[in-house]
Design a protein. Structure first.
Length: 146
């Protein structure tokens, strides 16, 4: 993984490039911790050799995992970085990937192995985003300060 600061100031912007074999969630969490990013928007394009997409089952209040064991193109990657209740960076990424035949799969990104590259733009927000446990869903959700 390599990164470059594109804009410095109240709203830093980074280009983050992951290489073949990099695991996306581990790499981006490490990057966010190193750069002390507490609030940001994330977008990206690239490809994976395999990944896990997650779907939140409302009735069970848990995520179902869908494994994709094939080369796919990233059609859309959007998400955010916030601070988890434990104080560590928390990534919430939604993803649409395309298969060779043009069909698409979508969901929350659980994990993904890059091949050959993933180009991510991280745009830091001047406002601090903190996640808190939501008793209704059982999830850590962004809590906006009033």
């Amino acid at each position: 993984m390599k990164h470059k600061l594109l804009n410095h100031g109240a709203q830093r912007t980074f280009a983050v490039v992951l290489d073949s074999g990099d695991e996306v969630m581990e790499s981006l969490k490490s990057f966010a911790a190193t750069q002390q990013i507490s609030a940001a928007q994330v977008t990206g394009i690239g490809a994976f050799s395999g990944l896990v997409l997650k779907y939140f089952d409302w009735e069970k209040k848990s995520y179902l995992e869908n494994r994709v064991e094939e080369q796919v193109e990233v059609a859309a990657l959007v998400g955010d970085i916030a601070v988890s209740p434990s104080g560590e960076p928390s990534l919430h990424i939604h993803l649409v990937v395309g298969r060779r035949d043009g069909t698409a799969l979508a969901g929350h990104l659980g994990s993904g192995r890059v091949r050959p590259t993933l180009e991510v733009i991280v745009t830091e927000s001047p406002a601090h985003l903190q996640k808190a446990h939501d008793p209704v869903t059982g999830l850590a959700l962004i809590k906006l300060e009033r």
